[in-house]
Every structure is written in C-alpha cells, then in structure tokens.
Design a protein around this ligand. Structure first.
Ligand SMILES: [Fe+2]
Ligand SMILES: [Fe+2]
Length: 186
C-alpha cells in the first residue's frame, strides 16, 4: 500500500458489541467478555497510540477508562459466580482481528500523522461508549427487569451511568484536543 491510512471506521471495527441472549446467563457472559476485552486489549492499545503520539494525558485517560471497564466485569461477576472464562464472542474475536490488522500499520501512521490517529481514537471511544450506554446496556437492564431480577438490573444501570461518564470524559478530551490543535495552526 503506497499511502496507508487508518480511517475512523477502521478503528470503529475494534468495537465489540456484547450480545443479548434469551438466557440471561449468556447475556452476562457476553457482557463480561466484551468488558474484559476493552480492559485488556482495546483501551490499552488506544493508550499506547496516545503515548506514542506524545499525549500522555490522553494515554492516562484511556488507561483510567480501561480500569473501569474491568470493574464493570467485576460488578457483574459478583452476581454470576459461574462465568469463569467466558466463551470468546464472535463479535469480540472479529474486533480483535480488526485491531491486529490496524496494528500492523499503526506505528508508521502515528509517526506520519500522530494527531490524526489520536483524534480518531477519541472519536471512536465516544461512539463506543454511546452505543453501550444508549442502546446495548439499557436492553440488558430491561431484560433483567422483565425477569424480576432487580439485582442484575441495578448492576447494568450502574454500568450505564459509568459508560455515560466515559462518553463525557472523551467528549471533553476531544474538544480540548481540537481546540489546542486549532490554536497551534492559527
Ligand atoms: Fe464498560
Ligand atoms: Fe466504558
């Protein structure tokens, strides 16, 4: 490829959607699978990009959010003691593969266009968090409520509130990032 480029959509392919299942235990296992993927793979990779691009503050933010994704899995694991190592979801595996593909080009691209990669990662992080708190996890909460499982519903609600906060942190960081960039080119 003569002019490799990483688009926002390519990075968005690294998002893994947790899958709802008629069996609440399977929904929970998928949730844990995705949250642990975000904790162990996706956000640490975004943090690595930010660090390489010279944005330590953003690397710290990605790592902080990664830590909270771990907590989300821990909260739910407390109610589902038999999850163990959840089966790797199809969508999670697809996301892992997408991330591997990007990684091959990423280091080169960060050198060529560090601001671009970091800005796109932030935009994707906002989209990921929004999908979760506006769409996916409310459905999981409602499934638990429909089964009169108030405890599980309360955990999903706590997660929804937390993902919303993540979206807000990333939005603020992106605004900051863009206004700094604008000031530098003015
Ligand atoms: Fe999460
Ligand atoms: Fe999150």
């Amino acid at each position: 490829m003569e002019h490799p480029e990483i688009t926002e959509d390519m990075i968005f392919q690294c998002f893994a959607a947790a899958q709802q299942d008629p069996d609440q235990n399977k929904t929970a296992a998928s949730f844990v699978d995705v949250e642990e993927y975000e904790n162990q793979i996706m956000y640490p990779e975004f943090a690595r990009w930010a660090e390489k691009a010279g944005h330590r503050d953003l690397a710290t933010l990605f790592r902080k959010v990664a830590g909270e994704e771990k907590l989300h899995a821990v909260w739910l694991r407390e109610l589902y003691s038999d999850i163990g190592v959840p089966p790797r979801g199809e969508d999670t595996q697809r996301a892992i593969d997408a991330l591997e593909t990007i990684k091959a080009n990423c280091d080169k691209l960060i050198k060529m266009n560090p601001q671009g990669v970091v800005e796109k990662a932030l935009s994707v992080a906002i989209r990921v968090e929004e999908r979760e708190y506006l769409d996916i996890y409310p459905r999981f909460r409602d499934q638990a409520l429909a089964e009169n499982d108030a405890e599980t519903a309360a955990v999903y609600q706590r997660v929804i509130d937390s993902e919303q906060q993540h979206a807000e942190w990333f939005q603020a960081a992106l605004q900051d990032f863009q206004s700094t960039a604008a000031a530098q080119t003015a």
